[in-house]
Design a binder for this molecule. Structure first.
Ligand code: FES
Length: 576
C-alpha cells in the first residue's frame, strides 16, 4: 500500500501504470531501451537535457559528464534518460544564439512535458543555454537541477594570461593598429582556448551559471568549478544523486523562485560586474516565474550592491582564479548581509545554510563589502529621448572620461555598412565622435546580435585611441568592454528614436544623471518621425517568422509574448 502511494506520485506512472493498450505499448518500448519492470514500477525517471553537440566548443565534455550524472541517478535509485536538445554554440551560430534562446526554452519545456519524466537535470553553460534551459524548466515546473558546463582553463601566450573574448578584442585592435604581427595573432588564437568549457572571463556564461546557482538551481559552488577539474565530474555525479531526492521531495522550481531569489540574482550580477546580457535573461527568468521585473529594479539594487569580483573584462583575473579563491560560495558568504539567505535551494536547504562558513582564500580576487572594488554595481540603466524604454551601460568597463560626454554622431544603418566604411581613411571622425549602430535589435538584427562593441576606426587606433562612446540597440558579448551603450529600447527597426539620429547630431551621455539624449529639438524630431518608413519583415517563414512576430523588446526580456507566465497553464498531455 505504501509503495502504491509512492508510485502514484510519479508523473511517469501516467504512461506506465495504466492497464490499457497504449500503456502496454509504452511498457514494451521502454523494455526495448533495456529497462525492466522494476525500473518503471517505482523509480523516478530523470530526463537529462544535454546540450552537448560536436558543433558546440564549450560543451565538448558534456557527453562524459552526462555519464557521471547517470551514475549518480542510478546510485540514488532513479532511472536516467538522456535527451539531447539544440545546442547554442555562441561563436558559430548565426545570426545570433539570442535568436535561438527561446527555441531551446520551448524545446526544453516540451521535451519535459511530452515524455514520461519525473525530474530533470539540465546540462549547459555556453551563454544563452543556461537561461534557455531554466526558462523551459521553470515553465514546466517539475523538479530541476542544473549542471553548469564550467569554465575552461586560463589562456596562455608567451608567458601572458589570456582571457576569452576580452583579449581577442584587445589584441585584434593591436593587430589593426600594427603593434602585433599576423604570426603573433595566430599563436594567440591557438593559446586562448586550451580546454573544454565555457569562456573563462566573467562573460555571459559565468554570469548566468552563477545566477543559476544563487537562484538555487545548482549544488553549492557548482558554477565556479573549471570544466576540466575532476571536481566537475564529481559535481555531476552528486547532481544526479540529488535530483532523485528532489523528485521524492517534490521540490520544484516554483518552490525555489521567489521575488527574493530574483533580487539575489540581481545582487550577484552586480557584485560580479557581470554581463550586460544578464539583465535580459534575469527579466525573462523572472517573468517565466510570474514575477514582473522592470529594468529600473536593477538600478535600485545596483545602488546598494558593491562590485566585488576582480575578473576580466572589468578586472584582472579569470574564472580559474575565482574558483581557487573560494568561488561563488565564498563571495556569497562574504556578502551574506546583502543577500536574502532564507531562500530554499535545490539542496533542500536554504542559501544561507549552503554557504555557511565558506572562506575567501585570495582577497585580490574576491572582495568584501567592507573593501569593495566599487561601492556600487557597474550595470546602469540610462533613459532619455534616445532610450525611452531604457538602455544599459557597463560603467565599470568603460573609460571614466567618457562617463560625461557630448559628441557628434556617426550613424550606421547596418553592421555591414559599418564594416565597409569604419576603416576608410576619409571617414570624418574624431575621438569625440559617438558611433551609432541601428537596426540591430531583437527584430531588426535579427536576434539582437552582439555587435554593440563597435570597432574603433583604424586611423584612431593608430593615434592611440582605445575607447569611444558607442550606442546601439544590439547587445555586446559579456567579455567585451568599452563605453558601449546597449539594448536601446524600443529598437529602431520598430520605430525607436535611434532611427531618428542623423550623422552630425550631438548626443549627450551622462552616467551621473543616467541619461542619454539626442540634442535635437522636439519639433525637429517630430518632423523626422513623419519621414520614417515601416521596415519590412525580416522573415516570411519558419522559426524566424515566429521569432520576429512574437519576440518582446530587451527591457521585457526578449521572451515570446505567448510564453510568459500568468497566462493559461499548458495542460499536461492526455495519455490514452
Ligand atoms: Fe561559449 Fe563563450 S563561447 S561561453
Amino acid at each position: 500500500m505504501q509503495n502504491e502511494k509512492k508510485r502514484l506520485k510519479l508523473r511517469s506512472q501516467r504512461w506506465f501504470s495504466t492497464k490499457t493498450l497504449r500503456g502496454s505499448g509504452h511498457k514494451s518500448r521502454i523494455f526495448q531501451l533495456g529497462l525492466t519492470s522494476e525500473d518503471i514500477d517505482n523509480k523516478p525517471i530523470i530526463g537529462i537535457i544535454n546540450t552537448w553537440s560536436e558543433i558546440n566548443h564549450c560543451h565538448s565534455h558534456l557527453k562524459d559528464r552526462a555519464a557521471n550524472v547517470k551514475t549518480g541517478i542510478s546510485q540514488s535509485g532513479g532511472v536516467p534518460i538522456e535527451m539531447p536538445a539544440i545546442s547554442l554554440a555562441e561563436v558559430f551560430q548565426k545570426p545570433s544564439t539570442m535568436m535561438y534562446r527561446n527555441l531551446l526554452a520551448m524545446e526544453t519545456e516540451e521535451l519535459l512535458r511530452s515524455y514520461p519524466i519525473d525530474g530533470c537535470v539540465l546540462m549547459g553553460g555556453c551563454d544563452k543555454t543556461t537561461p534557455a534551459l531554466l526558462m523551459g524548466a521553470i515553465s514546466m515546473d517539475i523538479p530541476t537541477i542544473f549542471v553548469p558546463a564550467g569554465a575552461m582553463l586560463r589562456g596562455h601566450w608567451r608567458g601572458q594570461t589570456l582571457g576569452s573574448g576580452s583579449d581577442i578584442w584587445k589584441y585584434w585592435d593591436e593587430l589593426r593598429a600594427g603593434t602585433i604581427s599576423e604570426n603573433d595573432w595566430q599563436e594567440m588564437l591557438e593559446g586562448i582556448a586550451r580546454s573544454p568549457g565555457t569562456c573563462m572571463t566573467m562573460g555571459t556564461a559565468s554570469t548566468m551559471t552563477s545566477i543559476a546557482e544563487v537562484m538555487g538551481f545548482t549544488l553549492p559552488n557548482a558554477s565556479s568549478i573549471p570544466a576540466p577539474d575532476s571536481g566537475h565530474s564529481r559535481m555531476a555525479t552528486y547532481s544526479g544523486r540529488r535530483i532523485v531526492e528532489m523528485v521524492k521531495e517534490n521540490l520544484k522550481p516554483s518552490d525555489i523562485i521567489t521575488k527574493n531569489t530574483i533580487n539575489n540574482a540581481i545582487r550577484i550580477l552586480m557584485a560580479l560586474g557581470g554581463s550586460t546580457n544578464g539583465l535580459i535573461h534575469v527579466i525573462a527568468l523572472a517573468r517565466r516565474a510570474g514575477i514582473n521585473l522592470e529594468l529600473d529594479h536593477f538600478e535600485t539594487i545596483g545602488q546598494k550592491t558593491p562590485f566585488l569580483v576582480n575578473l576580466r573584462p572589468a578586472g584582472k583575473y579569470l574564472m580559474e582564479d575565482f574558483y581557487y579563491a573560494g568561488g561563488l560560495n565564498a563571495l556569497m558568504e562574504g556578502m551574506r548581509d546583502l543577500l536574502d539567505t532564507d531562500e530554499k535551494t535545490c539542496t533542500g536547504r536554504s542559501l544561507g545554510e549552503n554557504i555557511q562558513g565558506q572562506k575567501i582564500h585570495n582577497s585580490e580576487v574576491i572582495k568584501t563589502p567592507k573593501k569593495p572594488i566599487n561601492a556600487t554595481g557597474g550595470l546602469l540603466v540610462l533613459r532619455g529621448n534616445l532610450a525611452p524604454d531604457g538602455a544599459i551601460i557597463k560603467a565599470n568597463a568603460a573609460d571614466p572620461k567618457f562617463h560625461e560626454h557630448t559628441g557628434p554622431a556617426i550613424v550606421f544603418d547596418s553592421y555591414a555598412q559599418m564594416s565597409k566604411i569604419i576603416d576608410d581613411p576619409k571617414l570624418k571622425i574624431t575621438k569625440e565622435s559617438v558611433l551609432v549602430l541601428r537596426n540591430s535589435g531583437p527584430i531588426g538584427g535579427p536576434g539582437m546580435p552582439e555587435w554593440g562593441m563597435l570597432p574603433i576606426p583604424k586611423k584612431l587606433l593608430k593615434q592611440g585611441v582605445r575607447d569611444m562612446v558607442r550606442i546601439s540597440d544590439a547587445r555586446m558579448s559579456g567579455t567585451s568592454y568599452g563605453t558601449c551603450i546597449l539594448h536601446v529600447a524600443p529598437e529602431s527597426w520598430v520605430g525607436g528614436p535611434l532611427g531618428l539620429v542623423k550623422t552630425g547630431d550631438l548626443i549627450k551621455l551622462s552616467v551621473r544623471e543616467r541619461t542619454l539624449n539626442l540634442m535635437v529639438s522636439k519639433t525637429e524630431l517630430e518632423s523626422r518621425k513623419k519621414h520614417l518608413t515601416k521596415k519590412p519583415a525580416r522573415f516570411s517563414r519558419g522559426y524566424g517568422k515566429m521569432f520576429s512576430t512574437h519576440v518582446l523588446q530587451a527591457n521585457e526580456g526578449c521572451d515570446f509574448d505567448f510564453l510568459q507566465t500568468n497566462q493559461e497553464i499548458t495542460p499536461e498531455p492526455y495519455i490514452d
